[in-house]
Design a protein around this ligand. Structure first.
Ligand SMILES: Nc1ncnc2c1ncn2[C@@H]1O[C@H](COP(=O)(O)OP(=O)(O)OP(=O)(O)O)[C@@H](O)[C@H]1O
Ligand SMILES: Nc1ncnc2c1ncn2[C@@H]1O[C@H](COP(=O)(O)OP(=O)(O)OP(=O)(O)O)[C@@H](O)[C@H]1O
Ligand SMILES: [Mg+2]
Ligand SMILES: [Mg+2]
Lengths: 249, 249
């Protein structure tokens, strides 16, 4: 069965999409067949690989997921595009039991075909993120080393625990907390780094993603930073993260 | 009647809260009595002035808003705290007509007392943001000069036009688009700046907020950047923005 990795944090702009894109690229380049699922109505993970959003969200349709996946420039990586269709977003976001069932069915049929599934979530703790968490095997939380980032973390952890303890059978466990846009020159960065490692201990990844303009530029070229600037510090950070995740079984 | 300024953008981490905090500080320091309303369940605008989130969201309660406002270190500025109470957040986010009515009543009673009201929204285009837009007189959209920032802008503009043209009487007009975390050294910043000004013309503010660590640090000290580092480039950007907004009548 596939490992289903949910990238979630209700705080906006912390690097969820950039992590979903570059981590799925790193995992695919190591030989694992990987599917990136875009659950965010902004569809940034879809456009990050140069595709346009779909008219209808593939996860609310009856057709099998393999009919909707799109290729990327990486052999082992395919993308299930997001959609800005408000009706579909609404039905995913209000989580009716029929939609949750269709979503689970789609994820388990995709899980039979791919080794890894990576899900990019919107910046919210609503039903869409909760449904994705409930269907995942692990959750990765990117955080920036800034004041507001710490604020929402405890709330996020509460929701994850709720999903883990809910009556529906779930295999969800913590994959880890990832420090992103790490900028060595600032005192604030080091203060938050210390506080997070003290508070959360081992679940903080050793790999850290530095602030690197190549990560932002790669998205406007429709490729991951591993292809856009392979020797950059941003690319090296994501390669280290992919290895740390692949070693964790 | 008060000017009600809604700070909105579904893209996360673009500087909505930082703008809500520092703009309301700039407006209050110029002598206008100002209320900052925190509509985001993350409650960053509340903690940005050193307060804890409220147990119940003041906008869903019957009590008059003036019983829930909190003081800040600025004489003319008070804050209506946000709440992480999921039930209240849900009722605000699903926008039932009763809640919309209570919200409108609270805003109009606050409007009789304050010269300016500034509303910080969550990173979403859901009912919460739409209700806030419908009750506002103007909308300000912060955007980062990065690739993903441009993507969601047209969708955001669509929703704003929908609210402007909806059957409920609304006075909503564009206040403007604000470029935040502006970093002169990057090509990407200048490309997006050019594209936005070409596409949106006059509604882009002349004032630009530079990337300045003082803005991030100020929040961890519970004050606006105008008090934390008054001679910093971030503070000067927000003073210029306040003046540009006050001149626009
Ligand atoms: N390591 C990095 N260095 C520099 N810029 C980065 C880095 N990671 C992400 N960015 C840029 O920061 C912005 C926010 O990142 P991203 O969109 O991935 O965050 P997000 O959490 O997915 O946002 P949202 O909450 O809107 O979904 C983007 O413009 C992205 O290109
Ligand atoms: N001009 C700036 N220079 C440097 N850092 C900034 C600037 N403006 C905001 N920041 C920092 O960037 C992060 C994101 O900003 P902020 O939280 O204001 O965005 P937001 O749009 O309100 O996010 P959300 O979508 O989660 O509500 C914060 O840690 C903030 O301190
Ligand atoms: Mg994203
Ligand atoms: Mg905010």
């Amino acid at each position: 069965m596939a490992r289903i990795l949910c990238i979630a944090n209700q705080k906006g702009g912390v690097g969820k999409t950039s992590t979903a894109i570059n981590l799925s690229a790193g995992i695919a380049k190591s030989g694992q067949s990987t599917l990136l699922i875009d659950l965010d109505p902004q569809c940034n993970a879809t456009s990050g690989f140069g595709h346009a959003p779909a008219d209808r969200h593939p996860l609310v349709l009856e057709n099998p997921v393999r009919e909707s996946v799109l290729a990327t420039n990486i052999e082992n990586l395919q993308v299930l595009p997001g959609s800005r269709n408000f009706r579909d977003v609404d039905s995913l976001a209000t989580g009716s039991t029929t939609h949750q069932k269709i979503l689970r069915q789609h994820l388990s049929s995709a899980g039979a075909v791919f080794d890894f599934i990576v899900i990019d979530c919107p910046p919210s703790l609503g039903e869409m993120t909760r449904t994705a968490l409930a269907a995942s095997t692990e959750v990765l939380m990117p955080i920036q080393c800034e004041y507001f980032a710490m604020e929402g973390l405890t709330q996020m952890i509460e929701v994850i625990r709720e999903v883990m303890n809910s009556e529906q059978p779930t295999r969800l466990e913590f994959s880890g907390i990832l420090l992103t846009m790490y900028d060595h020159q600032y005192e604030l960065t080091h203060e938050v780094d210390e506080e997070v490692r003290e508070f959360f201990g081992d679940i903080v990844f050793d790999a850290v993603i530095p602030r690197d303009i190549n990560v932002a530029e790669a998205s406007s070229h429709g490729v991951s930073v591993l292809d856009y600037a392979p020797r950059s510090r941003g690319a090296r950070g994501y390669v280290e993260l992919s290895m740390e995740i692949l070693e964790h079984v």
